[in-house]
Ligand binder design. Sequence first.
Ligand code: AMP
Ligand code: MN
Ligand code: MN
Length: 331
Amino acid sequence: MNPNQVAVQEAARFMQEHDRFLVLSHVSPDGDATGSALGVVLMLEQLGKEYVVVNEGETPIKFNFLPRFDRLYNLRKQPLNETFGAVIAVDCADESRMGDVRSLFASGAALLNIDHHPTNDHFGTVNLIRPDAAATAEILFDVAEAAGVSFDEELALCIYTGLLTDTGGFRYSNTSPRVMEIAAQLLGYGVKPGDVAERCLEEITFAHVKVLRRALQTLQLSHQNLVASITVSAADFAEVGAEREDAGGLVNYCRNIEGVEVGVSFVEAEPGVVKVSMRARDRVDVAVIAKQLGGGGHAKAAGCTIKGLLSEVQKKVWTVLDDAVGVKFDE
Ligand code: AMP
Ligand code: MN
Ligand code: MN
């Protein structure tokens, strides 16, 4: 067995040898985080295990087509009076990505860390980290097989959703032959690709369009047109009546501009807290930049959260980006 197969077996054993689990993904969960967390939940159900599945905050309502979505706890709204000795974290690059859910860990808790970020720091007691995987959901496909779980339409839907969203609809460079092979198998269990794509990729809220309209006004090119950036302030959200999740995907408008190497969005999620998202074309590894700024991610998609005024945060990011791009902000 190669080291990957050993780690997959260990993950399967982890699910088999404990009885009650805390299942979690990362703060501001995306399709891979939510699909993977609910995929784990379905696997645990088949194995006859108990679980509580928790997020620090709200899970985007657009994922409510996923099975067991209504079992997701929002810790901010529903405090939990329990600590857990067995934890499964999916799609979290480091401990801080789990947010306040960490307060539910019993001391000395066993923690299974399943993830695909190259910046993952192996924070678990058991770590199944595969940076070659396009999505955490891709890794779960193997874990399900190793744990002897059988696939059905619900489990297939969870895993398919992770694959679809983390590959940008099977378009990004992480779309490997294996991704397509797994996706094809999942369709065989009854997943309707048009329906999933409609919910995850096509459908947008009107509030998103209102945020987008404002954000595009701020779009600027810098670094000899190699960098494009966009900014949304907390005041923008308040004035158009939008939520933080309505600002998803704005960074792509920056990166997609012809000739641009790095797209950056600065989204002030709450006053004084700025979520920075970065997307790269070919020449720059944005995971390295995000890591330097206290975050993480992948070479072509990474992020971090920085406290401070928008202008201060922008200055910090430009300082690191100047070196990475080899051109200064105002050149
Ligand atoms: P986003 O810009 O939030 O869509 O994130 C892009 C990629 O970077 C995703 O794979 C995220 O999981 C990862 N990422 C975003 N923020 C962080 C962070 N603060 N720490 C580690 N990874 C992050
Ligand atoms: Mn994610
Ligand atoms: Mn992911």
